[in-house]
Design a protein around this ligand. Structure first.
Ligand code: PGA
Length: 258
């Protein structure tokens, strides 16, 4: 049985005081967190060190992006080796905002996946179709290509360290969520694709998160699907109350109190 993950992607939001306040509020409520849900937060990189200092944190930290180089003359970049040295274990890669606004290609994302894995960081690899692709019914092909180009060169051991996040671009920050059926259908497709390429063991192990306007009102239904192993949450992760509700909604049914 795969345990669930709820990851908060803070994007480029909050100043340092606000970031610390949110982290402290999560800490204060950690006794409410279901024990079987892993919580990850991805703050802006400049706050990673501050959030690392919190004693016995109720979350693990993720970067939102990194370079595909380990070190060198790359002004403004952050390397996965540096992240690893700070104890960071996760990095979001291939987010649609990186693909769209920073022109990240599948090839570049593949080399970032490699850079993370060689530094023992688990990529949270994002994939997902644009609205036109869904309308044209080519969404499965799009996602298949994204998986092929960024992940298919990995061996089974490395692939089992990757977390996949399915984030339909039309659902990100729009308030429009994929229906529970649409999410499950794509997640099952992704798992089947992984099974065909990497075998059943890897496919059963890899966690596939849903992202795109997840909120406290829709998370329980989305997460109840057999192939949805939690969520990558943007806007709703910026408010402690909402994020905590989403975390609670990811508990296995036996953990939910009446
Ligand atoms: P959203 O963002 O929850 O605000 O739609 C999700 C994401 O971009 O990861």
């Amino acid at each position: 049985m795969r345990t669930k993950i709820v990851a908060g992607n803070w994007k480029m939001n909050k100043n340092l005081d606000e970031a610390m306040e949110l982290a402290v509020e999560l800490q204060e409520h950690q006794s409410d967190f279901p024990s079987d849900v892993q919580v990850i937060i991805a703050p802006p990189a400049i706050y990673l060190a501050n959030l690392e200092m919190i004693d016995e944190p109720c979350y693990q930290l993720s970067a939102q992006n990194c370079s595909h180089h380990d070190y060198g003359a790359f002004t403004g970049e952050i390397s996965p080796a540096q992240l690893r040295h700070m104890g960071i274990k996760y990095c979001i890669l291939g987010h649609s905002e990186r693909r769209q606004y920073f022109h990240e290609t599948d090839e570049l994302i593949a080399s970032k996946v490699d850079a993370c894995l060689r530094n023992e960081i688990s990529p949270i690899f994002c994939c997902g179709e644009m609205l036109e692709e869904r309308k044209a019914n080519t969404h499965f092909v799009t996602v298949l290509h994204q998986l092929e180009k960024a992940l298919f060169h990995l061996d089974k051991k490395d692939m089992s360290k990757v977390i996949v996040a399915y984030e339909p671009v039309w659902a990100i920050g729009t308030g429009v969520t994929a229906s529970s059926n649409e999410a499950q259908e794509m997640h099952a497709f992704i798992r089947e694709t992984l099974r065909n390429h990497f075998g059943v063991e890897v496919a059963e192990q890899v966690k596939i998160l849903y992202g795109g306007s997840v909120n406290a009102g829709n998370s329980a239904e989305l997460f109840s699907n057999p192939d949805v192993d939690g969520g990558l949450v943007g806007g709703a992760s910026l408010k402690a109350r909402d994020f905590i509700s989403i975390i609670k909604s990811a508990a296995m049914p036996s953990q939910i109190e009446d």
